[in-house]
Design a protein around this ligand. Structure first.
Ligand SMILES: [Zn+2]
Length: 142
């Protein structure tokens, strides 16, 4: 755990959910970047990433998109805080594949948008090698 709480602006979260909905039945993916102050990570930028897997049950971040996103983060002095993706037909809880595919350890939060219910459900997680636990997520008007 690199920080205690992830704060996401409400408008940015709406755009993120819009991204997830636009790719149904496939999964979306992307990065959230910002700053960490006193254990609070505040998101200020969202970087949509092409899902090279074009799948309903997993995602593979496009290397070119990732390169451009990290270049922009460096240029603007932003830190990678979270990786997001969607679960079009299941709850926003990490899958076994999510755990296996996580190459970031516990340095970033994994935000998952679940679209299986009546409305979108967003939850945040710290992924370990064999398990996961919920991360503190705050949606704020910023
Ligand atoms: Zn997943």
């Amino acid at each position: 755990m690199r920080f205690a709480r992830l704060v996401v602006p409400d408008l940015l979260l709406e755009e993120l959910i819009g991204h997830a909905r636009s790719l149904v039945p496939g999964e979306c993916c992307g990065l959230l970047a910002g700053h960490i102050t006193h254990e609070v990570a505040t998101v200020s930028e969202r970087f949509p990433i092409t899902n090279d897997a074009a799948s309903a049950t997993r995602y593979a971040t496009n290397p070119r998109d990732m390169l451009l996103a990290f270049r922009s983060m460096r240029a603007h002095g932003l830190e990678l805080l979270a990786i997001y993706h969607s679960h079009p037909t299941s709850a926003p809880v990490p899958s076994r594949y999510d755990l296996e595919a996580n190459t970031y350890g516990e340095t970033v939060v994994h935000l998952i948008v679940g679209l299986a219910g009546a409305g979108p459900e967003v939850r945040a997680w710290w992924l370990g090698e064999t398990g996961y636990r919920e991360a503190a997520l705050e949606v704020a008007q910023i």
